[in-house]
Design a protein around this ligand. Structure first.
Ligand SMILES: Cc1cc2nc3c(=O)[nH]c(=O)nc-3n(C[C@H](O)[C@H](O)[C@H](O)COP(=O)(O)OP(=O)(O)OC[C@H]3O[C@@H](n4cnc5c(N)ncnc54)[C@H](O)[C@@H]3O)c2cc1C
Length: 441
């Protein structure tokens, strides 16, 4: 890596990539990621991305988002997201994202829990992979952007009360060094890696949140953690939990108890379905409930859910002829680094976008398929805000600030990241004690 960049972005998920794409091409940008670019939760998104279905859908989409969020949402953020959804999806189409189409060529839309109508654009059951690959391909054509993999952010560098870069470690060589930038954007995703059972990549351990806690950057609602009702139950339950997308239920799949009887309305918001499943598991004395995909037409299952069919087959289940066992697992982080609608945090020159931030758009519980949309939109807005208000840092002052740091604290990155995880767990507990989140289980 070079020593100085104009903008330094942490994360190659949809938020980090879309931010890079919307920065002016005369700015030198680096986008770093902890592993390889394909190990982001953006790659895992199955269900899809919401798009307003014409002006007449606004009230209903707004009401669905607020109801799912228990009315704790930031109304301005919700309004902004919904009103931008058509432009965001259209831009993705212009990048070559291959959304499913109806026979007349219009975008096909599906439905998930908490939505009162179909408004989710999708690509089979791997929408996130399709979108992220197309964004990455586009970013890689930009001469002003460098994508640097296997590079872990360990800390922020502070000077004059603002952020002037990062301390990073090269995962391969183990070398730890400072990288300076006029602006730094944290797009480092969720916190699933700190939980034993999560749908997230294990490497997503909330490092952005941890460094903000360390530097007194404001965070909000960090105990607002979403548990997804349906992940595939396996006996060993090691590694990442495999998600069974909510759109499976949107297309007709039903939840059954140990006697193969329905016990809840499958299309309620996630927190409600999760609570119903936990209640049923307790009542039945089981470690899972059943999900029956057979009400969905066979051809629809094959066309819309190929990855789910394949994963279930690997685990020995034929979704066409039998039920599959499912169990809730940690899935999404509604809280995070406090940011405004332009991604600004409380520290000058530091932005936070995507799942790592909390601008209040999801309230207490995220509505299905609002996350890719929110991540893309607010990352674009951060890029525009940076370019509109651009001022450079004083590079000598920044270097001086880094020279005063005790690099001994970074000599064992693994241990430092472990300490960060514990700090997050502690902070979550404190937040939960202060103001409990209904959805915690
Ligand atoms: C299984 C699954 C299914 C989902 N389905 C949907 C869906 O259908 N629709 C929807 O809207 N949302 C869905 N979501 C949620 C959505 O995918 C994520 O919220 C969204 O993609 C987050 O994007 P992001 O760019 O903020 O973070 P991510 O895509 O997770 O990217 C985080 C990036 O930060 C990097 N990073 C983290 N820490 C560091 C560090 N210390 N140093 C350097 N780099 C670091 C990582 O390497 C990675 O590149 C799903 C999530 C999961 C897990």
């Amino acid at each position: 890596m070079e020593k100085f960049y104009d903008v330094l972005i942490v994360g190659t998920g949809v938020a980090g990539l879309n931010c890079a794409l919307h920065l002016p091409q005369n700015k030198r940008v680096a986008v770093i990621c902890k592993g390889t670019p394909d190990r982001s939760d953006s790659y895992l998104a199955q269900g899809g991305i919401c798009r307003l279905q014409g002006e007449e859908d606004f009230e209903s989409y707004f009401a669905d988002t607020m109801r799912a969020g228990h009315d704790e949402n930031n109304r301005a953020a919700v309004e902004c997201m919904i009103n931008s959804s058509e432009a965001i999806v259209d831009e993705l189409v212009s990048y070559g994202v291959d959304f499913a189409r109806n026979a007349d060529g219009s975008l096909a839309v599906t439905r998930e829990g908490g939505h009162s109508k179909n408004r989710i654009c999708f690509h089979e059951d791997c929408t996130g992979k399709e979108i992220t690959e197309k964004l990455l391909k586009r970013v890689l054509t930009l001469k002003n952007v460098e994508v640097v993999q296997e590079t872990t952010m360990l800390d922020l560098i502070e000077c004059n009360g603002g952020c002037c870069g990062l301390i990073v470690s090269d995962n391969n060589s183990g070398k730890v060094f400072p990288v300076f930038a006029d602006y730094t954007v944290l797009a480092c995703g969720g916190i699933g890696g700190i939980f034993s059972h999560s749908t997230n990549f294990r490497l997503l351990t909330g490092d952005g949140l941890a460094v903000c806690l360390r530097h007194g950057v404001a965070v909000d609602n960090i105990n607002y953690i979403q548990i997804h009702p349906t992940t595939l139950y396996t006996k060993s339950r090691v590694g990442r939990s495999f998600l069974i997308s909510e759109s499976v239920r949107g297309e007709g799949a039903v939840l059954l108890d140990k006697n193969f009887q329905r016990f809840t309305d499958e299309l309620q918001p996630r927190d409600v379905v999760t609570a119903a499943i936990y209640r049923q598991m307790k009542k039945d004395g089981t470690d899972f409930v059943w999900l029956d995909m057979r009400p969905i037409p066979r051809e629809e299952i094959k066309a819309h859910f190929p990855s789910i069919v394949e994963k279930c087959a690997e685990e020995g289940y034929d979704v066409f002829t039998e039920c599959i066992p499912v169990v809730p697992a940690q899935h999404y982080f509604m809280g995070g680094i406090r940011s405004d609608l332009n991604g600004k945090t409380t520290m000058p020159r530091l932005y936070a976008v995507g799942e790592t931030c909390c601008n209040g758009v999801h309230g207490a519980n995220r509505l299905a398929s609002n996350s890719l949309l929110e991540s893309l939109l607010f990352a674009e807005r951060a890029a525009l805000d940076i370019s509109a208000n651009y001022t450079p840092i004083d590079r000598l002052t920044a270097e001086y600030a880094a020279s005063k740091l005790d690099f001994g604290q970074y000599s064992k990155p693994e241990e430092l990241l472990e300490e960060y995880k514990n700090n997050i767990r502690k902070a979550i507990k404190e937040a939960e004690d202060a103001k409990p989140h209904f959805g915690r289980t």
